[in-house]
Unconditional design. Structure first.
Length: 346
C-alpha cells in the first residue's frame, strides 16, 4: 500500500503574484506534481494560498513550503508562513536554476519554475528558514540604505565635477547639486548615528562587533554589515558555505584537453556582503604584515592584483567567521607562537 511520506509546496514568487505547485512523494520514492494555482502576492492572497494547500494535502504528513529568494518580494510570504507555524525553506536562485537544468523541461515559464522548485524540495533535504532577529534586520536595512546613499552621492559628485568643468557652468545647477550632496551627507550621518545607537543599546552586537573589528581592515561599518547580512552567522555552518553565500566561491569549467576556462568567482550570492569586504582587503594588505605577505605570494604566482585582492577578501571573511565562532579576538602573533611551540616540541 502506497502512503504519502513527503509533501512540498513550490512557490515561484514575483512582485504581484505567487505561482504555486503542489508535489508529493510516496513510500516508493516516486515524486508527483499534481496541482497548480496562481495567487496574488498580498495578505489576502497568502491566506487563500494556505487555505487551498490545506484542502489538497494530507494531514499528519510532513509539509514544507519552498520559496526561491526573489529580491525582497518573498519576505512577506516567508514571515506569514512562519507565523502560521509551517516549515519553509528559502533557496538561492542559482541552486534552483542549476537544478532545473537537470530536468527534462525545455520551456521556462512561471509554472515550470514552480514545478522545478517543488521537485527540488521533494528530492533535497532542506533546512528550516529562520527569520532574522529584529536587531539584525534593522541593521541590514540601515547598512543597505547607507550603501544606496553613498552611490547616489557619488553620482551627484560626478555630475557636479562635470558641470564645473563646463566652459560656461550653470551656477544654479551647481548650487542644486551641492544641496543634494549636503543632504546625502546629512542622511548618511543620521544612519551612522542609528547604527552606533543600536550597538550601544545591544550588548550582544557590541561584543560581536568588537571581535570582528579585531580583524585587520575590518572597521565598525564592515563588522555591522557582516553581522546584518548573515543574521549573526545564524545559518552558516562552515567557511565554504559562507564564501558561497556571498559569491566569493570559485567556479571553474574544464573538460578534457579542449575546454579549460579561467577560474572566476561566481558572484552568485549576497552582493552587499561581497562589496563590504573590498575596502578591508585593501587596508589589510597595506597595514598588516601577514596579509601583505599573502598578497605578495599570490601576485608572484599569477601576477593579477584583483585576483589576489579577492583571495584576501575571502580569507578576511573566513577569519571573521572563525573568530566569531570561537568567541575570540584576532591575535597577530598567534602563528608565531604556534610555530615556536612546534619547534619546542621538536
Amino acid at each position: 500500500m502506497q502512503t504519502i511520506v513527503k509533501q512540498v509546496v513550490g512557490i515561484d514568487v514575483a512582485q504581484k503574484e505567487l505561482v504555486v505547485c503542489l508535489g508529493r512523494m510516496d513510500n516508493t520514492w516516486s515524486p508527483e506534481l499534481y496541482a497548480h494555482k496562481v495567487f496574488t502576492n498580498t495578505a489576502s492572497g497568502m491566506a487563500s494560498l494556505v487555505s487551498w494547500v490545506k484542502q489538497r494535502t494530507a494531514e499528519g504528513t510532513d509539509l514544507r513550503f519552498v520559496l526561491e529568494a526573489t529580491g525582497v518580494y518573498h519576505e512577506s510570504l516567508a514571515y506569514f508562513l512562519h507565523e502560521q507555524g509551517y516549515c519553509l525553506s528559502i533557496i538561492m536562485p542559482s541552486r534552483i536554476s542549476n537544478f532545473a537544468r537537470t530536468l527534462s523541461t525545455k520551456t521556462i515559464t512561471d509554472k515550470t519554475a514552480s514545478e522545478a522548485i517543488a521537485m527540488f524540495g521533494l528530492e533535497k533535504k532542506l533546512t528550516d528558514w529562520v527569520p532574522a532577529a529584529a536587531i539584525y534586520k534593522s541593521l541590514r536595512q540601515l547598512t543597505r540604505e547607507r550603501d544606496q546613499l553613498v552611490q547616489m552621492r557619488t553620482i551627484a559628485q560626478n555630475h557636479l565635477h562635470a558641470e564645473q568643468a563646463e566652459a560656461r557652468p550653470d551656477s544654479r545647477s551647481i548650487e542644486r547639486m551641492n544641496q543634494q550632496i549636503a543632504l546625502f551627507n546629512k542622511q548618511e550621518e543620521e544612519i551612522m548615528g542609528q547604527i552606533r545607537e543600536a550597538q550601544k543599546s545591544h550588548e550582544g552586537i557590541r561584543r560581536q562587533a568588537a571581535i570582528l573589528t579585531s580583524v585587520p581592515g575590518i572597521g565598525i561599518l564592515t563588522a555591522t554589515t557582516i553581522l546584518a547580512e548573515t543574521n549573526g552567522f545564524e545559518l552558516i555552518r562552515n567557511k565554504k558555505q559562507l564564501t558561497s553565500y556571498c559569491g566569493l566561491d570559485v567556479k571553474e569549467k574544464q573538460s578534457g584537453t579542449s575546454v579549460k576556462g579561467k577560474p572566476r568567482i561566481s558572484k552568485k550570492g549576497n552582493r552587499y556582503l561581497r562589496k563590504a569586504m573590498y575596502m578591508p582587503a585593501l587596508t589589510a594588505v597595506r597595514c598588516d604584515e601577514r596579509f601583505k605577505a599573502i598578497f605578495a605570494r599570490l601576485i608572484s604566482r599569477h601576477g593579477i592584483n584583483m585576483k589576489a585582492y579577492v583571495a584576501i577578501q575571502r580569507k578576511l571573511l573566513e577569519l571573521a567567521y572563525t573568530l566569531y565562532k570561537n568567541n575570540t579576538k584576532y591575535n597577530p602573533d598567534y602563528l608565531k607562537k604556534l610555530e615556536n611551540s612546534n619547534r619546542a616540541v621538536l
